[in-house]
Design a binder for this molecule. Structure first.
Ligand SMILES: Cc1cc2nc3c(=O)[nH]c(=O)nc-3n(C[C@H](O)[C@H](O)[C@H](O)COP(=O)(O)OP(=O)(O)OC[C@H]3O[C@@H](n4cnc5c(N)ncnc54)[C@H](O)[C@@H]3O)c2cc1C
Length: 398
């Protein structure tokens, strides 16, 4: 006998779990499935998790609505009030400031493991979410009238709709033949945590230069020592060589790549190298199935927007499904799910196009382009209203 739900969500990452918690508030019955066992072991500061996310105001509001943000220990969150971006090949720079944008802060940095742990905690407390952890999808059948799923553990589930939140390599997206537009960025991102000698000034620092795209993202200080999370995007062969450098040489390279702004004292977390790929599904929905988060789209991490876009998907999907539920509509009906797709696709494409243009603009070292780009940055930096618009966009407020 299959167990019946309103929704089955496959993928209990940040995006899938948040959607489960928010949908459960409308008394919808939800099965949340993940191959991961749902246990997150947190590292002890200053060995902050190498994977962190910049969380926008809109995403923070959603996490508050899910009662997740409130549960995160304050000493695991760093807010940033400024962002400084400069061209390592010239004089051009742009600085963004929360005060100028009339915002309390530009955003917050949180370790992914910390966020995932709190999300899972809330999902465990929701009485209408059943967790199927350490389990995967074995087979599924989709139709306008509903979905039927068999898990590897032998559980059979049925529901009105299945939500694919199973990440960039989504099995549900591939098995249901969703077309995608995708290409390699020709970059790998090296991530880790480092100690710096100078205070980070609650600022996200980003340099575009010959040494690649490098971000220093502020983390909470420990015993008056200063730590930042780094995301360093470089071509794959360069990433391979950076991964093998001894600690001292790696730190020296970081010092120069960040225009000698910080003395780098050491690494406090193991380095990871992550290949970066741009991917966008041409459709997000089919009868009985919707893609959200990285299952629908992945972008370059240079503006820290991937998870924020995923949370934007969650907000739109929750609104659409709650409304359909109140009206008594079938949740898996194509016409219902297309409302979600209409609400999200343009925004997601615009962000992906923006990231691609940035990446291309800063990949070239042709003197003429470098000169133009530096002039552009200087002009942009003097245009307060344009900067405010960009900050509002990144915060998910426009
Ligand atoms: C270097 C880097 C830096 C980044 N920085 C930022 C940032 O600062 N801000 C930001 O907003 N975004 C950032 N991102 C993007 C962000 O990390 C992702 O967009 C986000 O984690 C995607 O979440 P998700 O829940 O959609 O997918 P995932 O986190 O990939 O979760 C998918 C889940 O599905 C499960 N799963 C997969 N397949 C199956 C299956 N067959 N059966 C069961 N379960 C399955 C997995 O176990 C996993 O738990 C960054 C990305 C990178 C690479």
């Amino acid at each position: 006998m299959a167990k019946s739900y309103d929704l089955i969500i496959v993928g209990a990452g940040m995006v899938g779990t948040l959607s489960a918690i928010l949908l459960a508030k409308s008394s919808l019955r939800i099965a949340l499935v993940d191959k991961h066992n749902g246990e997150y072991r947190l590292s002890t500061p200053p060995a902050y998790d190498a994977r962190v996310s910049a969380i926008s105001s809109q995403s923070k509001a959603l996490l508050e609505a899910a009662n997740v943000w409130q549960g995160i220990a304050r000493d695991r969150i760093a807010s940033y009030d400024n962002m400084v971006v400069w061209d390592g090949l010239g004089e051009g720079h742009v600085d963004f400031n929360a005060g100028e944008a009339v915002m309390p802060e530009l955003g917050h940095l949180v370790e992914n493991a910390v966020l995932n742990q709190q999300l899972m905690e809330q999902a465990r407390h929701a009485k209408n979410i059943d967790l199927y952890l350490g389990d995967t999808l074995d087979s599924h059948e989709l139709s306008e009238s509903g979905v039927r799923v068999e898990l590897a553990s032998g559980h059979a589930l049925d529901a009105q709709v299945i939500i694919a939140a199973d990440g960039a390599l989504s099995k549900l997206r591939m098995e249901n033949a969703f077309d995608t537009i995708e290409w390699d960025y020709g970059h790998h991102a090296i991530v880790t945590t480092i100690e710096i000698a100078q205070p980070h000034e609650n600022t996200a620092w980003q340099s575009f230069g010959e040494e690649g795209i490098l971000a220093f993202l502020p983390l909470p200080s420990v015993e008056q020592k200063h730590f930042v999370s780094i995301v360093w995007s470089v071509p794959p062969q360069e990433a391979e060589s950076l991964m093998t450098l001894d600690e001292e040489t790696f730190c020296r390279r970081l010092h120069y790549a960040m225009n000698k702004r910080f003395d780098v004292l050491g690494i406090t977390q193991t380095r990871q190298s992550i290949p970066l790929r741009q991917r966008h599904a041409k459709q997000y929905v089919k009868a009985g199935l919707a893609l959200i988060g990285d299952a629908a789209h992945t972008i370059h991490p240079l503006a820290g927007q991937g998870a924020n876009l995923g949370f934007g998907d969650v907000k739109a999907l929750v609104e659409v499904l709650e409304k359909a539920h109140r009206r008594g509509e079938h949740l898996g009906a194509s016409k219902v799910l297309r409302r979600y797709q209409r609400a999200r696709m343009l925004d997601n494409i615009a962000m992906a196009a923006g990231m691609e243009s940035f990446k291309r603009l800063f990949s070239t070292q042709q003197p003429f382009i470098v000169q133009l780009r530096n002039i552009g940055m200087k002009r942009f930096n003097q245009n307060a209203s344009l900067k405010m618009k960009l900050v509002a966009k990144a915060a998910g407020l426009s």
